[in-house]
Design a protein around this ligand. Structure first.
Ligand code: PMP
Length: 454
């Protein structure tokens, strides 16, 4: 019997009968259609009814060089015919070795060792465990705590969730989570009128330093998202905070973990956000853009000093016995190599400056809007903060779900925006054209006007 062709409706019905989607109240789909995607090309996604959507959020911040990128596709096809995967303990492979060499070469100086995991949260777990274990191997087992910033986000597994600070994701699971030291953050949304980002960020750093002064003896590491707290509403701060933090971590004998899972690979205008502060962390967590948005892979880069503290005769029992089955997956490593190749061959970071300038130009229009409290930009990330009252910055009640209205409106126009609460943001693939970016800003403008009505 000939099957009828798939449609959005037929696939959505089957989907909702068996699937449980991430970060979703599934009951919402009684009203909001599930959109099955048939294919992707560049910045565009196409559903089974032939509608097209511009992927303005890079499919959860992973995609860099477009869907179905011919260069990454070719590399993957070649890898597929050679080696798809092999156990990464006792065995290795060329793509994994080349990728580690590349990452050591392109990340901030001093990071000479690369440990692979398979998603962002796992990379955070690795960095936390490595830091704790390093101190223990060095005879400092009183160091058991982590310092985290208000409004930070580092993933959903229990360790990563514990060092995060977004109540919406964390609160329910509080009884399961290790205790951490949470310090006031540098988020420049809260700076005084007329105060610069740098002045505010420096001022806020003093609050973290005070905690280090008192508690460094029991602290393994400070973990931060450099420059942009993404899941916390694309809140931003000045690079001076990172420079001060690096110096303080050295002074107080505490590691610095830079979680560049979201901001790495060019999103902030430099290849890595840490570059803007001229610093190297003790641990650098990478994922998302690492494979150009193709396959799950993460990496934790660290220093030779840390590596050496684990390097000993087996009977010392000081090894890092952490593993994930898909660690160093060959296909994912090859996609990452192709992605980094594009960065280098096409000089993407300098090419991007044009788009970053255009984004800045397009943002101006939003500033005077009566329901927009702030428009902020770091590199390729632009965020627009919707509020009920511009003067007092009183937010819209969360129950009104204004951001969701922008999402739904944008979909009718052919744009995938997925606001974080009432923060509308763009984090498009690098291959977006100037004309597409202008059109995206126009759709967002209309969507915001639609969403703030009454
Ligand atoms: N850290 C940061 C800064 C992130 O933005 C995310 C994901 N949004 C993660 C960690 C977790 O990555 P994953 O979703 O791959 O577990």
């Amino acid at each position: 019997m000939i099957q009828p062709p798939n449609t959005n409706a037929s696939l959505a019905q089957r989907d909702l009968a068996v699937l449980w989607h991430p970060c979703t109240q599934m009951k919402d789909h009684e009203q909001i259609p599930m959109i099955p995607i048939k294919s992707g090309q560049g910045v565009w996604l196409e559903d089974f009814d032939g509608n097209r959507y511009l992927d303005a959020i890079s499919s959860w911040w992973v995609n860099l060089f477009g869907h179905a990128n011919p260069v990454i596709n070719a590399a993957l096809k070649d890898q597929l015919d050679t080696l798809e995967h092999v156990i990464f303990a006792g065995f290795s492979h060329e793509s994994g070795i080349k990728l580690a060499e590349k990452l050591v070469e392109i990340t901030p100086a001093g990071l000479g060792r690369c440990f692979f995991a398979d998603n962002g949260s796992a990379a955070v777990e690795v960095a936390l465990k490595m830091s704790f274990h390093y101190w223990r191997n060095c005879g400092q087992s009183q160091k058991t705590k982590f310092i985290t910033l208000e409004n930070s986000y580092h993933g959903e597994t229990l360790g990563a969730l514990a060092v995060g600070n977004v109540a919406l994701y964390k609160e329910t699971y509080a009884p399961l989570l290790m205790e951490v030291i949470t310090v006031p953050g540098p988020d420049c949304y809260f700076r005084e009128a007329g105060e610069s980002w740098a002045a505010y960020s420096s001022r806020r750093f003093a609050l973290l330093e005070a905690v280090l002064q008192q508690q460094a003896d029991s602290v393994c590491a400070v973990i931060v998202e450099p420059l942009v707290q993404c899941a916390g509403g694309m809140r931003m701060y000045d690079a001076v905070y990172l420079s001060l933090l690096r110096k303080a971590c050295d002074r107080y004998g505490v590691h610095l973990i830079a979680d560049e899972i979201a901001v790495g690979f060019g999103r902030t205008g430099t290849l890595f956000a840490c570059e803007q502060a001229g610093i190297s962390p003790d641990f650098l967590c990478l994922s998302k853009g690492l494979t150009g948005g193709y396959l799950p892979l993460s990496a934790v880069l660290t220093t030779d000093t840390i590596y050496q503290a684990f390097y000993a005769d087996y009977t010392k029992l000081s090894a890092f016995l952490h593993s994930h089955s898909y660690t160093g997956n060959a296909l994912a490593c090859r996609a990452a190599l192709a992605t980094i190749g594009i960065f280098q061959q096409e000089n993407i970071i300098s090419q991007n400056q044009r788009l970053i300038a255009l984004l800045a130009k397009l943002s101006v229009r939003f500033e005077s809007h009566p329901h927009i409290a702030e428009v902020r930009q770091t590199g390729m990330i632009l965020a627009i903060e919707l509020v009920k009252d511009k003067a007092t910055r009183e937010p819209f009640a969360w129950q009104e779900r204004r951001g969701l209205k922008v999402y739904q409106f944008a979909l009718t126009q052919g744009v995938l925006l997925r606001p974080l609460g009432n923060v509308i943001y763009f984090m498009p693939p690098v291959v977006i054209t100037a004309a597409e970016l202008e059109w995206l800003a126009e759709v967002a403008w209309q969507g915001i006007n639609h969403a703030v009505k009454n």
